[in-house]
Design a protein around this ligand. Sequence first.
Ligand code: GAR
Length: 217
Amino acid sequence: MPDAKIAVLISGRGSNLKALLDACAAPDYPADIVLVISNKPKAAGLDLARKAGVTQAVIDHRDFETREDFDEAVSERLRAAKVDYVCLAGFMRMLSPGFVDEWRGRLINIHPSLLPAFRGLHVQERMLDAGVKIAGCTVHFVSAEMDAGPIIGQAAVPVLPGDTLESLSERILEQEHRLYPQCLRLIVDGRARISGAVVQYDAQVEGAGSLINPPVD
Ligand code: GAR
């Protein structure tokens, strides 16, 4: 089977884009990134795409009168590139229901919390304020509500005494970079698929052990 064609949508730093680019560079990885779109002209992630020799486009949301017009311009580029899946990687704009409908089942996002807890912005700060002891990240299919949709995979990390916004964000981000390529592979390989409101794995995908924080003796 030919590799799946992936587009990645970014707004900033692009470290998750980098993780996906690195994964796709491996000969046995079943996907290729064919297009990177940023809504911000100065997004650092654009340089990563350029260095990897991937086509990049800036579609600046400020050039459009409505959200729908912007989303249609993005969709048009995605259609023209004949992409199979669209990965949001730090793409910080809400997408209109029309866009989500068109790409439903092919639109994937990563979010730095264990959804459905802590949707939205300033997630790591809010987790520290809430005193949670286990944090993490989620890769999920996108539905019309913000940070919602069938969950493909999650990674959990402990919140440690003395954690700061930076240390916790960094610990979660490290797992984001492992989780996103792994989840994309499961989807592209057809080993994980949407079933109603959830994602089901085929029999060969095994669960991991437990994370208890603080550890029990
Ligand atoms: C990541 O932590 C990602 O999970 C988050 O933005 C960051 C982007 O970093 N996304 C969201 O909060 C989406 N709701 P990156 O540009 O280095 O990949």
